[in-house]
Structures are given as structure tokens and as C-alpha cells.
Design a protein around this ligand. Structure first.
Ligand code: NIG
Ligand code: FE
Length: 422
């Protein structure tokens, strides 16, 4: 078999894909060899087995890992990366005692980002987003799901999704777009919210679908944003148009969003801090992937984390993501999320890695392509300068990703001394 990329002497730490809807196994292969051809993994073996059948092409990239740890690239399955300007003043207000909800009621929060985004051109939005994508990549993330949702008008939602598509074209990170026109009800529709829902369903969605600007449609389902009835209407219309479904559910109260995800066959239900055992059974029955966002709980200074460990123990392939956004979680670092998952959700490092790779790939319908280091998967991987994978969540706050590979090509190298020693 032909190969244009070869890793030797690697300590491979990876989940194993499964055709069943169950938590994946996680294994470590010592002295591993991994070969890829045209972006796809074609060979994996232990004990530096020299694969006689591998035919290395002349220009092949060969890397001796010298025992370093290699993991799949992270899949960040929930991010809001298109925004103009930042909200550090709100961060300061929260530190001084105001709640996120109080800040939102006084005109801050999502609405502040909506006002700013209207002022920005596509070029400006792209220029602000690219360094964020560099930071995702430099911390080992090779694919993100990226939501619109700070536009809330036909023009500004399309503008946001076009920026995501353009970023996907020009940047090595892969972006999977989600239309989140139902992120908030804009001020001008407060007294006629059903007109905004009609605008989302009748104008925005068909345009987004015709221009193939997004794979998924998401709704912020919360009693003070879009209630369950409104969310059902929006998501049903999206399903009829062929979108995959996602939902921000049961984050601040238990209001039925998770049950709705199961009813409509959503690909994922996200947040779930207030979900119940009945919701978990519904997700199992309908194969909805639960996505935990412990960073947002942490960054909002709250202490009610989703019961993620119990969901995992009930047989759900629990995914974890950053929720990167300018309000409730401003960090692109997935290693930091792994640390929070261990400390706050009580996931073992292996469970955390599985949640941010393979289970996260399931949450964006890419389980057949991403999230494990197995034959036929995309050759998306990270070489870490650490003694073993458990070291990564343990040594928190440092970026220990040394080399990031996307589709069998090196796309990032962290070369400053901080990155070359642990
Ligand atoms: O996922 N939950 C809804 N939206 C974002 C918050 C966005 C913001 O504050 O700008 C979230 O946490
Ligand atoms: Fe979110």
C-alpha cells in the first residue's frame, strides 16, 4: 500500500470507533507506526512493526516521534467563533458581582455582540476570526463546529455563515457550519416574536439551505429565549429542509429541550445541566449525542455541572466541547477543557479524551471520518511533548501540543522553548 506520511516510535492514545451507539473504548499502542496516504490513515501497528506492504512515496513525510504521545486531533463540536469585538467589560462586571442574566437584561450579553456584528464587514469578521482559528489549531483542535447567531437578521446571519465558509476554505482547520438564527429574539421583535420565528423559518432557512451555507440548525431553547413550542416549530422546519438538528437545551432550567431533541431525532443536545434520567433514556432511545460544556459553567462562576458521569454510565457516548464565544467561554484551548472535565465532571483522562475526539465527531455526524486513529479515518493528529496522555490534563494552562497534522500534512508547529520541554 502507498503512503506519503509515516509516524514511527509513537505512543498512540486513541479511542476506537464503534458501529454501536455506546461509549467508545480507549487504548494506548506503544511504539506505534502510523501511515497515511492522501490524507487518510492506511496503516496502524504496534511494536514498530515494519510494514513490508507500505510503499513510501519519494516525497513522503517521515516523523520519528521518539516515544512521544500522539492523539487524534480534537473535534470541538460546539463553538460560536464569528463575532466582532469582545466583552471583557462584562467579565469584569461578573467578577464584581453582577450575574450573566442581569448583564443580558441591561443590554449586554448576546445582544451586545449582535449590535457589534452589524457594524462589521465580512472581511473584518474574517480577519478577526482567523487568529482564533490559529489558536484552536495550535492547541490541537483540527475540526470545529461553528455557529452563526450574532446576526439575527437575514443579512447578518448570511454574512456570518459566509465568513465560516470562507474561513473553511482558507484555513487548515475544518469548519462545520451551523445556522443559529434562533439564538435570541432581536429587540425590534420583542412584542411580535412570532414574526421573528417566521423570518427564521421562511426567509433565513431556505436561503441558508439553497446556498449550502450550513449542515446543521440549532436553537437556544430556554423559557426566556425560545420555549419548547417555538423551538419545535423552528427545528421541525429545519428538519423538513434537510438540516441536521442541534439544540441548546436544559441549560438554565429543566424545560423539555432534551426531550424535544429526542422527539425530533436531533444529532446532539447541548449543555444539559438540568437534564433528568428520563431525558438520558430518551437520548439513548433516539441516539442523540449529549454535549457537555463545562467551560461555560466554570467561566460563568456557577457550580451546577451537568451530570455527565452518570450519563456516561447510563451508556451514552458523552461528548465535550468548549462553547467558545465572547460571553460565556472565551478560550479555544481543548486541553484546558480536558482538565475541567476531569476535575468538574469526574471523567478520567481517557474518558475526557474520548469525549473531545470520537464522541465529539459523532455529535457532528462525522464519526466515520474523525476522532480516532484508525485505518480509513482522516489523518488528523497531534504530537505532544509529554510522557503520556494523562499528562495533558494534568499540566494545565500550558500548551504542550508540539506538532499538529491535518489530513496527513503538518499544519502547525509550536517551536518556542515553552513548547519543547515539559
Ligand atoms: O452557548 N447559550 C447560548 N449562547 C451562548 C452564549 C453566547 C454569549 O453570551 O454571547 C452559549 O453559552
Ligand atoms: Fe453555545
Amino acid at each position: 500500500m502507498k503512503a506519503d506520511f509515516l509516524l514511527k516510535n509513537a505512543q498512540l492514545a486513541t479511542p476506537l470507533g464503534s458501529p454501536e451507539f455506546v461509549p467508545a473504548k480507549f487504548i494506548v499502542i506503544e511504539n506505534a507506526v502510523l501511515a497515511a496516504h492522501r490524507g487518510k490513515i492506511v496503516f496502524v501497528a504496534e511494536n514498530n512493526k515494519e510494514a513490508s506492504e507500505i510503499e513510501l512515496e519519494e516525497s513522503a513525510q517521515v516523523i520519528d516521534c521518539n516515544g512521544k504521545t500522539v492523539t487524534p486531533g480534537f473535534v470541538d463540536c460546539h463553538t460560536h467563533p464569528v463575532f466582532h469585538g469582545t466583552r471583557e467589560d462584562e467579565f469584569e462586571m461578573r467578577v464584581m458581582g453582577k450575574t450573566y442574566e442581569e448583564i443580558a437584561r441591561s443590554g449586554g450579553g448576546i445582544k451586545a455582540s449582535v449590535r457589534s456584528l452589524k457594524q462589521a464587514s465580512k472581511d473584518e469578521l474574517l480577519a478577526e476570526m482567523l487568529p482564533r482559528l490559529d489558536r484552536f489549531l495550535s492547541h490541537g483542535t483540527t475540526t470545529i463546529e461553528a455557529k452563526s447567531g450574532y446576526g439575527l437578521s437575514v443579512e447578518d446571519e448570511l454574512k456570518s455563515l459566509e465568513v465560516i465558509c470562507e474561513a473553511n476554505r482558507v484555513h487548515s482547520l475544518d469548519l462545520v457550519a451551523t445556522f443559529l438564527g434562533a439564538h435570541e429574539v432581536p429587540d425590534e421583535y420583542q412584542s411580535n416574536r412570532s414574526d421573528y420565528i417566521d423570518l427564521v423559518i421562511k426567509e433565513m432557512m431556505p436561503l441558508v439551505q439553497n446556498q449550502k451555507l450550513a449542515d446543521f440548525c440549532d436553537v437556544f431553547c430556554e423559557s426566556h429565549v425560545f420555549n419548547v413550542e417555538e423551538s419545535r416549530k423552528i427545528l421541525q422546519a429545519a428538519k423538513d429542509l434537510g438540516f441536521g438538528l442541534k439544540i441548546h437545551a436544559d441549560q438554565l432550567t429543566h424545560n423539555g429541550g432534551t426531550a424535544l431533541a429526542a422527539e425530533l431525532g436531533a444529532v446532539s443536545a447541548d449543555h444539559l445541566e438540568f437534564s433528568t434520567e428520563k431525558d438520558w433514556q430518551d437520548m439513548l432511545d433516539s441516539q442523540v449525542v449529549p454535549v457537555m460544556l463545562p467551560g461555560a459553567v466554570f467561566f460563568l462562576g456557577k457550580d451546577r455541572y451537568a451530570p455527565a458521569k452518570r450519563m456516561l454510565e447510563s451508556g451514552l457516548p458523552v461528548a465535550i466541547a468548549t462553547d467558545f464565544n465572547p460571553g460565556t467561554y472565551m478560550s479555544e484551548s481543548m486541553p484546558l477543557i480536558c482538565t475541567l472535565s476531569c476535575l468538574k465532571l469526574k471523567f478520567t483522562p481517557a474518558q475526557a479524551f474520548t469525549a473531545v475526539t470520537y464522541h465529539a465527531a459523532l455529535a457532528i455526524n462525522r464519526g466515520n471520518l474523525l476522532g480516532t486513529l484508525e485505518v480509513d479515518k482522516e489523518a488528523d493528529l497531534v504530537i505532544w511533548d509529554v510522557p503520556n496522555y494523562k499528562y495533558i490534563p494534568y499540566h494545565f494552562g500550558a500548551n504542550l501540543a508540539q506538532t499538529v497534522v491535518k489530513s496527513g500534512k503538518i499544519v502547525w508547529k509550536n517551536e518556542s522553548p515553552e513548547y519543547t520541554k515539559y
